[in-house]
Write a protein that binds this ligand. Structure first.
Ligand code: CP
Length: 309
């Protein structure tokens, strides 16, 4: 079980670590007494250098439900734009009393850089194409709620895998819990073979892998991270890798549909399938609040223990 005050990725996570966080998230979901006093007096800073709806809002709700103050650090209006260094900015927010920073940044490794200059907890809310650990955890929670045990279950993730931090974190979390994972997309959007991706099967034939899925996760093209890459036309993606009504009829009866959002309707998934009986897209968002409560409680607790030691 890893013990750290940060949550930077799931690369070193093990099964007990993921199971413990999800078990705690489920307790929060069922309701625990005095949740609002768990982090009373703590200050959590949201530092989003990229847009976000789900992650920033659910982290804010999670912090506030635990009694912590949530402060939005205005990345476009901060003194970073006047030339203040990252190191000095970190010292400044620490002096102001921030206990944790939730950070999203287009550069892979940015949260690790922050962690070198900050005594509190750093929580990665997405860094480039590297990691989105709380998304991985909330997806694993959603899968566990559905199936109880992931042993022998197959998660198919289809779309732009190469530029997706979600694919990396969600595939890894599901795999650590026992699921088999297939990553599917056009060859140009599949990951290069590298350490960390070796556990998943790769396929470019969506129709061939559909029927074996217990859970199917669709991903949008991350065009903001694909600069300079040759992307297939959206019509081709919708035609060969989009979840249409026709393809949905090929799914196993129990197969659920997931998407981390934001969805480009009628490209990766037909609009009518977004909220049908198979869809767990809103459940993923809901579970995000509870997972983030569990993560905040754990990392801030560890930061306090390290300070006291
Ligand atoms: N899934 C996800 O990260 O969504 P947002 O970009 O809206 O935070």
């Amino acid at each position: 079980m890893i013990k750290t005050r940060h949550l930077l990725d799931l690369d070193d996570a093990d099964r007990p670590f993921i199971e413990a966080l999800i078990a705690r998230a489920r307790q929060f979901k069922q309701g625990i007494p005095n949740e609002g006093s768990r982090l009373r007096g703590r200050v959590v800073l949201g530092m989003f250098f990229e847009t976000s709806t789900r992650t920033t809002t659910s982290f804010a709700v999670a912090a506030q439900r635990l009694g912590a103050a949530w402060i939005n650090f205005r990345t476009d209006g901060s003194s970073l734009s006047k030339g203040e260094s990252l190191e000095d900015t970190m010292h400044t927010v620490q002096a102001i009393g921030a206990d944790a920073i939730v950070v999203r940044h287009p550069e892979a490794g940015f949260p690790q850089a922050l962690a070198r200059h900050f005594d509190g907890a750093i929580l990665n809310a997405g860094d480039g194409a590297h990691a989105h650990p709380t998304q991985g955890l909330l997806d694993a929670m959603t899968l566990l709620e559905e199936f109880g045990d992931l042993t022998g279950r197959r998660l198919v993730i289809c779309g732009d895998i190469r530029h997706s931090r979600v694919a990396r974190s969600s595939a890894r979390a599901a795999w650590l819990l026992g699921a088999a994972v297939t990553l599917c997309g056009p060859p140009s959007l599949l990951p290069p073979s590298e350490p960390g991706w070796g556990f998943a099967q790769l396929s470019s034939d969506f129709d061939a892998v559909l029927s074996a899925a217990d859970a199917l996760m669709l991903l949008r093209v991350q065009k903001e991270r694909a600069l300079g890459d040759d992307l297939p036309p959206y019509e081709d993606l919708a035609k060969w890798y989009g979840l249409t009504q026709a393809r949905a009829s090929m799914l196993a009866p129990h197969c659920i549909i997931m998407h981390p959002g934001p969805v480009n309707r009628d490209i990766e998934v037909e609009g009518q399938l977004m909220r049908n009986e198979r869809s767990r897209i809103d459940r993923q968002v809901e579970n995000g609040v509870y997972v983030r409560m569990a993560v905040l409680e754990r990392t801030l607790g560890q930061a306090s223990r390290e300070r006291a030691a």
